[in-house]
Design a protein around this ligand. Structure first.
Ligand SMILES: Nc1ncnc2c1ncn2[C@@H]1O[C@H](COP(=O)(O)OP(=O)(O)OP(=O)(O)O)[C@@H](O)[C@H]1O
Length: 239
């Protein structure tokens, strides 16, 4: 049986104000195994961002179980969540969120420098170079982000997301700021990273990208509305 990276059971998220309760997620259950490639799609307001925020420990569920690599993470304090997020989650956003004042090298090194367990300078250098190789950006290591094209900036952002060797890469509309050709190239890169072993969970509203994923989840009104095109493996939903 494949290694389970992520397991959610009956995750619900309710946003409460004095006047009303909004159920953004209702009893969502899913399993993501090592090497999976999962897409999450659905109409505006169906809960995609909420699910990604909870997967990425940016927000906590109201109810339910959330396990990352055997660790129960459903009820962490903000500080605990930040520490685990740093080590276990790689994020790629629509806006590349790179820092323009520092080099590509330093942007990619950032997640390693903010960890509580410090790595040696040499190890940081090796990891950064290795990740820039993976995304074909080694030739721009001393450039600043604003000297790069949009597609190149997204490649650097992907390298930064991979540098801490996370359990999973969470991708939020990675192609939203790119023209279609560059967007396709970024998707090709994600496909390649997945073929080489990176576990990916991606939110997209583009059906031609969603269907590249092996497991395609559709959300509707906070619930998983369709089971994936099921493979022989363990991407079981609502188990
Ligand atoms: N902070 C909040 N307070 C109250 N309701 C919220 C809050 N955040 C999200 N919601 C509600 O939760 C539901 C899911 O929102 P979410 O942002 O996850 O949807 P989405 O699928 O990502 O939408 P989009 O594709 O438009 O970005 C929506 O009905 C939204 O109005």
């Amino acid at each position: 049986m494949a290694d389970i990276k992520i397991k959610m059971e009956n995750i619900s998220k309710v946003f409460e104000t004095e006047e009303m309760e909004t159920y953004a997620l209702k009893n969502v259950s899913l399993v993501i195994s090592t090497g999976d490639y999962v897409s999450i799609s659905g109409p505006s307001g169906c809960g995609k961002s909420t699910l990604l925020s909870i997967l990425g420990l940016l927000d906590m569920p109201s109810r339910g179980e959330y396990i990352i690599e055997d660790m129960n993470v459903a009820n962490l304090s903000l500080d605990e969540a930040a520490e685990i997020r740093c080590k276990k989650i790689g994020f790629v956003f629509q806006s590349f969120n790179l820092i323009d004042d520092i080099s590509v090298f330093d942007n990619v090194a950032l997640p390693l420098r903010y960890r509580s367990d410090k790595l040696s300078v040499k190890e940081i250098e090796q990891r950064v170079k290795n990740c820039l190789d993976k995304v074909n950006m080694s030739h721009r290591i001393q450039h600043k982000p604003n000297q790069l094209s949009g597609g190149q900036q997204q490649r650097v952002a992907i390298a930064r997301a991979l540098v801490a060797d996370p359990a999973i890469l969470l991708v939020d509309e990675a192609t939203g700021n790119l023209d279609s050709t560059t967007g396709d190239q970024i998707m090709d890169l994600l496909d390649e990273l997945n073929r080489k072993g990176t576990t990916i969970c991606m939110v997209t509203h583009e059906s031609q990208y969603a269907c590249r994923a092996r497991t395609q989840l559709k959300l509707l009104d906070g619930e998983i509305s369709s089971t994936p095109i099921q493979q022989e493996s363990k991407h079981l939903l609502n188990a």
